[in-house]
Each structure stands twice: as C-alpha cells, then as structure tokens.
Design a protein around this ligand. Structure first.
Ligand SMILES: *Cc1c(COP(=O)(O)O)cnc(C)c1O
Length: 376
C-alpha cells in the first residue's frame, strides 16, 4: 500500500471551528450578515492592529472593492508585482486598467525597489501617473515596506498590499499590511488560516472601509426601500464562514511558528547542497513561511524532476507562480525588470508545508529530495 498522501498546504482545523459554527446555527444567522461576521472583523483588526476591516468572499473581491473605491477605471495605470498569483491583478484587469509589471529582487523574490523606481521615473517623464501600486507579500515574505512606501509617497500613489499569503507575517514589528494604504488577506482553503474561502480588506482609512462595505452589499442606500446611486457587488463573507474564521483565529501564532519550524527543517537539511537556494526574508521580516520555496540550479536535477520524484511517492509539490509578464494574456503589457522572476520560475519549487505535517512527513519529503540530489 502507498504511504498516505502529503498535500502542499491543506486546510488545518484546530477543533474550535465547529463550536463556533454551531453557535452561528443556533443564532439562526445563516446569512451574509450576523454577529460572528462583526466579531471576526474585530478579532482580525485587533490581531493585526489595522483599525478597519471588512470581511468578504475572497481577497480577490477585496482588491476589486478597493480599486473601485479609488476610482480606477479603463486605461488607468496600475503597477503590480509580476511574480504573484493572478488574483493579485485580476481586479485591475476587469476594471480595464493598464497593468505595468515590476520584477523581483532575486534574493527576496518580492517587488524590487530599484525596478519600481525606474518605472515611476520613466512614467513620470512621459507625464503618466499610476493610480495604484499593488505589491505582493510573496509566500509570506514581506516587501520592504518603507522603501516602497517612500517611493510611492514621492508620487502620491496609494499602495494596496496583496498580503493574501502573509497573514501572521511581521515586518519591523508590525503585522503585514499595517503600513500600506490598504491590504488584502486571504482565507482560502490553502492559506495560513481558512474560512473555507474568504478574505479581508484592511485599512486605516475609515471612508474606504465604509464605502466598500456598502459596495459589497449591492450598494443599497440607507432607505427603507431599494434606492441606488451607484451599482455594487455581492461580495460579503457569510456569517457561517466567519464562524469558521473565528475558530481559526485562536491559534494564528502557533500556526506561524509551525510553518517556520517546517521551513527551518527543510533549510537545515538542505543547507549543504550548493545548488539549492531558499527565498531570503527581507530585513526585519518574520515570514509566516506559508509555503517553503527554493530554487534548484543543477544541470541534472530540475524542479520538475524533483516534483515527479515526490509525486511517485504520493507527495504533492508545485512549481512557483508563473510571472504575470510571461502570461499569454499580458504579453503586450509594460514590464520593468531584468528577468529575475523568469529565473526563479525556471528553477523554483514549492514544498509541502501543511500545518498538519508530522516530523515523519517532513523526513519523507527530505529523503526523496536528498536522494535525487545525491544521484548526480
Ligand atoms: C490566494 C491569493 C490571492 C487570492 O485570494 P482569494 O481569497 O482566493 O481570492 C491573491 N493573491 C495572492 C498572492 C494569493 O496567493
């Protein structure tokens, strides 16, 4: 019989969720409104220190509302990390924005300040003013907030941080997203915490959150009848999903230390292999290491050969994100960089990093990887 399957990052339940869901059922708030939704927003807000939080059906919808509030429309320029997941830029795409992609620092993999600076200067010379910058806290690693924010502030451009992967990550003592104009966080099934699916828009700007709350609920005006001065969306998180989230919020810090432990075990075991290079945390970041990621740059062992070797042993691993400037749909978009993420994409792999992984599971993964690397 085959050993049990090890997944990349499956949902991890701590046992508190069902009691909170039962509570939601008992109150009959089986609806996209209710006390658990308010409590989930308050809990997330006090955990991150970000004063205003709005719980939604996904991080993708959170980005959509934020860009809508900022008035992003057809042909507006939006700068974004190229090395990210599509959800980071799909809202800007649907609003008709022209997305300009910025490449990564080759060590930390997050948006390079140098390339951002070049892009901002270049666009400024052409009298083009971007309406927003959307950098990604990649695999839990935080961007260099202060240098990115300084560049953005020079041109008065709001930074909306895609922190979908970085719930629980800390940068210079603040929770990921704290310093940006707004940030989005994801509670999809594979993320650090899950509500089965969901997201949060978080900000210091009360107007943004109040307007987004209205937009997320079909933009009804506060009248007893149905009155519309603008058209919104149906993007609210349900009270039941919020109940799951409340259960999950009980042990976020333990989750982060568990992820860091898994990452540390992989790093230590593979530190002697010169062809292996792990993502580097930006200075003063405590990453949640949502997924452990590395590049392998040997002639004989490729990420794909490692992935297949793992798959034969019933272990799931995945290539890293394919950069947006390499996607067929974005082939004509402007791009600033020196192909750093092309290289990471070619050589990168995401290792199983599930919170439920045992020490034996990690050994199983490592045994196969080291075996593959020693073959040559
Ligand atoms: C998961 C993810 C998203 C999308 O989150 P959803 O909640 O699934 O919409 C966006 N950006 C990044 C970088 C992600 O990893």
């Amino acid at each position: 019989m085959r050993d049990k399957r090890i997944y990349l990052s499956p949902p991890h339940l701590n046992g508190e969720e069902l009691a909170r869901v039962q509570e939601a059922f008992d109150s009959n708030f089986v609806a996209p409104a209710g006390p658990m939704l308010d409590e989930f927003e308050e809990t997330f807000s006090s955990f991150t220190g970000i004063p205003y939080c709005l719980a939604l059906s996904s991080a993708t919808s959170a980005l959509h509302l934020c860009l809508k509030h900022l008035g992003i429309k057809k042909n507006d320029i939006v700068l974004a990390s190229t090395f990210t997941f599509i959800g980071s830029v799909s809202a800007a795409y649907h609003l008709g924005a022209k997305i300009v992609f910025i490449d990564s620092d080759p060590n930390t993999w997050v948006m390079s300040e140098e390339h951002l600076k070049t892009a901002l200067e270049g666009l400024h010379k052409q009298k083009l003013k971007p309406k927003a910058i959307i950098p990604t806290d990649l695999y839990g690693n935080c961007i260099n907030y202060y240098s990115i924010l300084e560049l953005a502030n020079n041109y008065h451009i709001p930074v909306i941080l895609d922190s979908a992967e970085a719930t629980g990550s800390i940068h210079k003592g603040s929770h990921s997203g704290y310093d940006a104009y707004a940030s989005v966080h994801s509670f999809n099934g594979n993320k650090l915490i899950t509500t089965s699916g969901g997201g949060i828009l978080a900000s210091h700007d009360k107007n943004l959150i109040n307007h987004s709350r209205k937009l997320a609920q079909q933009a009804k005006e506060p009248f007893p009848f149905y009155e519309h001065k603008e058209v919104g969306f149906n993007y609210r998180m349900s009270n039941i999903c919020a109940a799951i989230g409340l259960g999950q919020m009980n042990d976020v810090e333990e989750r982060v230390s568990r992820k860091r432990h898994i990452n540390n075990r992989y790093r230590r075991a593979l530190s002697d292999y010169p062809n292996i290079s792990f993502i580097k945390e930006t200075p003063e970041t405590e990453s949640n290491f949502w997924l452990t990621t590395f590049t392998v740059t040997s002639e004989e062992t490729t990420p794909e050969s490692l992935r297949i070797a793992l798959e034969l042993e019933n272990i799931e691993s995945r290539p890293v994100w394919k950069p947006m400037h390499l996607q067929p749909i974005f082939q004509d978009n402007l791009y600033f960089g020196e192909r750093e993420s092309d290289v990471i994409f070619k050589h990168g792999l995401c290792l199983p990093s599930g919170l439920g992984m045992t020490e034996d599971d990690i050994d199983r993964v490592l045994k196969i990887i080291t075996h593959e690397l020693k073959k040559n």
